[in-house]
Design a protein. Sequence first.
Length: 276
Amino acid sequence: MKKNTLLLSCIVVAGALSSCGGGATTPKYTVLDKPAVDLSTFPVDKAGYIVLFDGQTFNGWRGYGKDNVPGKWVIEDGYIKFNGSGGGEAQEADGGDIIFNHKFKNFELLLEWKISKGGNSGIFYLGQEVETKAKDGKSQLEPIYISAPEFQLLDNENHPDAKLGKDNNRQAASLYDMIPAVPQSAKPFGEWNEAKIMVYQGTVVHGQNGANVLEYHLWTPQWTEMLQASKFSEKAWPLAFELLNNCGGVNREGYFGLQDHGNDVWFRNIRIKLLD
């Protein structure tokens, strides 16, 4: 992929939040921006979806916070595959999440995925690339999951996260740690699942294997309440709360990404329809 010069937007937030615990201060942050790919150069299928993966190249893709696709992400038999260590956490060397290099606002995203035994991964959407200042004054890249809702991908039978959270809200197709997917229709590890994410003017729908399994509404009091009841609450994680409560930023748009969680995971038939 051609290297692009990094551009920094002027979105810097300072100030204080009135937190549940009484006055947590949001760290200053900067939203990074890079030139987006030209969607008009990608093919459109008969149903009107833009095909974002051609089965042969990573055209349009890059690592989160990077200019290239990390080496642990490969194309194998026409699929995108992440080669995990089995350690259950993101890879420090030559790994990390990947994103499609274009910000989407109103859309329907379709793809297929399968996971290894005991595997964990996710699909992020409306994500931002965010930097903060460390105590030593150096910039540090924050993870995508503090700005992007997550469509959970999981081997429900063998990964312990399936039993954690509340009311199965960490199982496949759930809005991670907030809303469970009902009905829970994920297939066993090693089998392909269909995923759908629809975002339209704040309404979000997750679909799995042909059925809608949850719906919620961004930028509402109910969304804020869900965040406050999650691991991303204002008290527990002020920056994540600020970013997710204003999901998509000023323009209410963002990247979608595929997660490196340390386990093997495969993706295919990735396509998107713009709903603007």
